[in-house]
Ligand binder design. Structure first.
Ligand code: HPA
Ligand code: ZN
Length: 342
């Protein structure tokens, strides 16, 4: 008989991929203050405690306001290196063995930070993390959907020299009022250039937003996608076509997409045969890194050991790794669960 404590241990230790993680969203208040002091950037908060108290959100926009403000402390290649390295240490402790993190280049280039500084800081930390923790990676850059599509296109142009280290493009920031239609041209171009494509949809938006994001942007995965559950025909399509949804349970409660985790549709997604994955989104702001997201879902949604195994498998199957590397990660998942049964 598996005790709840053992399930918690499995959730923490099982090999897993994290596929929905904004590096800027891993900026802990302590590091924000350290970088603010180092770079001579003023923060309107007087202490770490005061900043943490501001992490009480009503919706996506109220979070984004604090997230963009705090990101202003990130200036140099070294800052992006330290941010990424700190995330990888936490991820490794949470059993993460593959990560496909996002970054928001426009948040930084708009302030005069060079695209190449951002990328080289992140990538050198990812390379060091691969050597130190054995974490494989694919990097994804997100376009800001509340900014003009022309800026997204310029960002895509800036990324072309970094095609060897940037695997894909995504779309984030305020979803309501910024539908996918404006980004068709930039996504078409990105896919022609060989980038993998993902996009946030159906977080605060509707099932129809999810459907149009799939049809118009040609994405391989949907970030969040929880509101797809409002439309049975779409649920059937997602399950049939094995479209991965990168679900972020604690994020959805913090941003009040659901008032409590007990109302979250993750359990229903799995029952419907959707390829859901569990992720942390912006863990410094939302109260938990990826393993805590799994543990909270065990407590509130009654996830079983079989659910955990399915979610661990899904996380690698939904990744952009080539088949042989996926198979190697999946073999580690199977070995882990077999050892648990022995
Ligand atoms: N949604 C949209 N934009 C974001 C998010 C999110 O969850 N996190 C960081 N930028
Ligand atoms: Zn997100």
């Amino acid at each position: 008989m598996t005790t709840p404590a053992t399930l918690m241990e499995i959730a923490t230790r099982m090999p897993k991929a994290e596929l929905h993680l904004h590096l800027e969203g891993t900026l802990e208040p302590e590091l924000a203050f350290e970088l603010a002091a180092r770079n001579g950037v003023g923060l309107r908060f007087s202490s770490v405690e005061e900043l943490r108290r501001a992490y009480d959100f009503d919706d996506l926009q109220s979070f984004l306001d604090v997230y963009y403000e705090t990101a202003e402390v990130l200036r140099t290649r070294q800052d992006f290196y330290e941010l990424t390295a700190a995330y990888l240490r936490r991820a490794s402790a949470d059993g993460v063995t593959h990560v496909e993190p996002f970054f928001d280049p426009q948040t930084h280039t708009a302030r005069g930070v060079e695209f190449g500084e951002v990328v080289s800081g992140i990538v050198s930390a990812l390379r060091d993390g691969a050597a130190e923790h054995g974490i494989t990676w694919r990097l994804i850059m997100c376009f800001l959907r509340d900014q003009p599509a022309a800026d997204a296109m310029a960002t895509l142009q800036a990324a072309l020299p970094y095609r060897d280290v940037i695997a894909g493009v995504g779309l984030d920031s305020a979803e309501v009022g910024n539908p996918p239609e404006a980004f068709v041209e930039v996504y078409t171009r990105a896919r022609e250039e060989g980038f993998a494509a993902v996009a946030h949809a159906g977080e605060e938006g509707t099932a129809d937003d999810v459907r149009r994001t799939l049809d118009l942007l040609g994405v391989a995965r949907i970030e969040h996608g929880v509101h797809a559950m409002d439309d049975p025909a779409l649920v059937e399509r997602l399950a049939r076509d094995r479209v991965p949804l990168t679900v972020c349970p604690l994020s959805n409660v913090k941003l009040r997409v659901y008032e409590t985790l007990a109302e979250h549709p993750l359990r229903r997604m799995l029952d419907a045969g959707i390829m859901a994955t569990v992720n942390s989104d912006d863990p410094a702001y939302f109260g938990g890194y990826v393993a805590e997201n799994y543990r909270a879902c065990i407590r509130e949604l009654g996830l079983s050991r079989d659910d955990l195994r399915t979610l661990a498998r899904n996380s690698f199957e939904a990744s952009f790794l080539p088949a042989a590397e996926k198979a190697a990660h999946l073999a580690h998942v199977e070995a882990f669960f077999s050892a648990m049964e022995a």
